[in-house]
Design a protein around this ligand. Structure first.
Ligand code: GLU
Length: 598
């Protein structure tokens, strides 16, 4: 999402580039931003910014399916939203494949392209003198960099679920064109550099890309080009994902992580990481089973471990199913939404981790019986603090897990989310990230992209927690791409960025839409509040100013203001191939939702 002033220039520029790249550009490309909502048929796409949404729609128009269009749009976002996502990071995709025969079985799959810790990482890798590093010391370092999963994820998504009409090279073409022709720096881009400036100027490669010669961020209104990222994409276009995970590019990543090139004038200490070429060569993006809960007659499919998204949204929905929210005042329903979030976050904090390393009592966490034990604890008033985790073991079919109550890793952050459908009825919903805005601060020299700091999503202050750091492990995520089916057919698809607030954003939208009857675009736009098992609830100013918030305060809820929570996209399937597709009308400057046939 760029600022409002520059898009018309930019869109004209990029329309030309897309055409050059062999992608048909829609006739509506003259409008500078948005629209945040569209209704129509033939496929739809919503992302945080118009260039990416247009690239998705162009791919659908030339016969690509929802997954092809998702990868195409994601590649564009890697260029235009480089501080939130890109090839230096990772993510999760939930895919609904329409049945091939009229009465065939629909399938929901999830693809895990989460970053992985290098094999040499240890539970105390972020400790010094027996104490955990402070967040920024951990973040701005080689240590925080996980093996990026995005490129393997894109290639696997196309291979497993793509139409086979769009190659990885074709999916990258619009992004390459944009990286070369450039786009205009807006206030958001400027601000995101500003927030990192004190660290970017320690790293010559990061400074060269994002700072002017005088050490200040690229000026608003100037054109930002990234030919080195174009070359990186071209390398991948020619050589496939292996060109990223082996050879010169892989070696350059390893070099950046293990021996970051830091200016002599640097005013911070940049700790080296322990990534090896073998870590990159061994990276896989597995397909995993989705989480699934039944809610109000619908099936809600989410992202399972190593994300806590699906299990935490699912547990909260199970708790809420015991109430008739639709018959309540909005305030009463919101009270229960906040308290259900509190209890499910306590359980998320205790039990979730990479399932390849720890026993996650998923069956218990997602059981109606366990939800009943949690619901029984919810009263008319807010709990004035955090609550301890429950015990899902009796509901887990004999799986006992070592939980550890945790208050870490509930940070909010950035990231980006895309939702795309096609005319065959396939749906892809994809969240991807480099973790913090600006990731680790390390640009790979000559390659045009930032490396993630995803390993700070581990509970790096504990050597015993299920989400402790371990070699080859994936840090617990909060990303929650979600698809809701009713009668086996898509009803909703959605997701959001925002670190741990992703979970409550998705939950709040679902409750607003499914229980309170709010149309999806309005449910996305509504002011948000996020309770993550804390004494206070973080909320947007418009939420705090609402009459409901006043009533909730009377029940003991205490609100702390934050400018924005999340930047969601989603769509609702209206039947007969029609969809309403929605992006944010205002948050982060407003997103863009388009359909193939309005
Ligand atoms: N690292 C976060 C997660 O996986 C996503 C980044 C963010 O939105 O802060 O949950």
């Amino acid at each position: 999402m760029r600022g409002r002033g520059f898009r018309s220039v930019l869109v004209t520029l990029v329309a030309g580039s897309l055409a050059l790249a062999g992608v048909a550009v829609s006739a509506d490309s003259a409008a500078p931003v948005g629209p945040p909502t569209s209704t129509g048929t033939g496929g739809a796409a919503a992302t945080v910014e118009r260039l990416a949404t247009q690239a998705a729609i162009a791919t659908l128009r030339k016969g690509g399916n929802a997954i092809d269009a998702t990868v195409t749009a994601a590649a564009v976002l890697g260029v235009t939203e480089p501080f939130s996502c890109g090839v230096g990071g990772g993510g999760f995709m939930v895919v609904y494949q329409a049945p091939l025969r009229p009465r065939g079985r629909p399938h929901v799959f999830t693809l895990d392209s989460r970053e992985r810790a290098p094999a040499a990482m240890r539970p105390d890798s972020f400790m010094e003198g027996g104490r955990p590093l402070v967040f920024n010391d951990a973040r701005y370092s080689g240590l925080s960099v996980g093996v990026p999963g995005t490129v393997r994820g894109w290639s696997e998504a196309l291979r497993r679920y793509g139409s086979k009409r769009v190659t990885l090279a074709q999916a990258l073409a619009p992004a390459i064109a944009i990286a070369r022709s450039g786009f205009e720096v807006d206030q958001t881009f400027f601000d995101q550099i500003s927030d990192n400036r004190d660290y970017f100027d320690d790293v010559p490669a990061s400074a060269a890309l994002y700072l002017d010669a005088d050490g200040t961020p690229r000026d608003v209104g100037t054109t930002f080009r990234n030919p080195e990222l174009a070359q990186t994409y071209e390398l991948i276009a020619r050589g496939g994902a292996n060109a990223f995970y082996t050879g010169d590019l892989a070696n350059a990543i390893v070099q950046t992580v293990t021996a970051p090139s830091i200016a002599p004038s640097a005013n911070h200490r940049w700790r080296p990481g322990v990534m090896a070429a073998s870590d990159l060569a061994a990276y896989v993006a597995p397909q995993r089973a989705p989480t699934r809960v039944r809610y109000r007659g619908a099936d809600v499919f989410g992202m399972g471990p190593p994300s806590s998204g699906g299990s935490t949204v699912g547990e909260a929905l199970n708790i809420l199913e015991g109430y008739t929210l639709s018959g309540m005042t909005r305030e009463a329903a919101l009270h229960l939404y906040l308290e259900a979030s509190r209890y499910s976050f306590a359980d998320r904090g205790a039990y979730l981790g990479d399932p390849d390393f720890v026993k996650v009592p998923l069956r218990g966490l997602l059981s109606k019986g366990f939800a009943q034990t949690r619901r029984a604890l919810i009263g008319e008033r807010a709990v004035p603090g955090s609550v301890p985790p429950g015990d899902p073991a009796p509901f887990s079919g004999g799986v006992t897990a070592n939980g550890e109550a945790s208050i870490t890793s509930t940070r909010a952050g950035t990231t980006t989310h895309l939702t795309v459908s096609d005319k065959q009825g396939n749906v892809a919903t994809y969240t991807f990230t480099i973790e913090s805005t600006g990731g680790s601060g390390l640009v790979v020299p000559g390659r045009g992209f930032l490396l993630n700091n995803e390993l700070t999503d581990f509970n790096f202050d504990s050597v015993t927690h299920p989400n402790r750091v371990e070699g080859n492990k994936r840090p617990r995520s909060s990303m929650a791409p979600t698809i809701v089916l009713r009668g086996g057919k898509p009803l909703l698809a959605l997701g959001s960025p925002g670190g741990s607030t992703i979970i409550t954003t998705v939950l709040q939208i679902l409750v607003d839409r499914l229980d309170l009857g709010t149309p999806l675009p309005q449910a996305l736009a509504n002011p948000r509040a996020t309770q993550r098992n804390g004494r206070t609830t973080t909320a947007e100013p418009a939420f705090i100013a609402s009459p409901e918030a006043l009533a909730l305060t009377g029940r003991g809820h205490a609100f702390v203001s934050t400018p924005e929570v999340g930047a969601a996209t989603g769509m609702e399937f209206l039947g007969g191939g029609r969809v309403v597709v929605a992006a944010e009308p205002a948050r982060r400057g407003g997103g863009s939702a388009l359909v193939v046939k309005p």
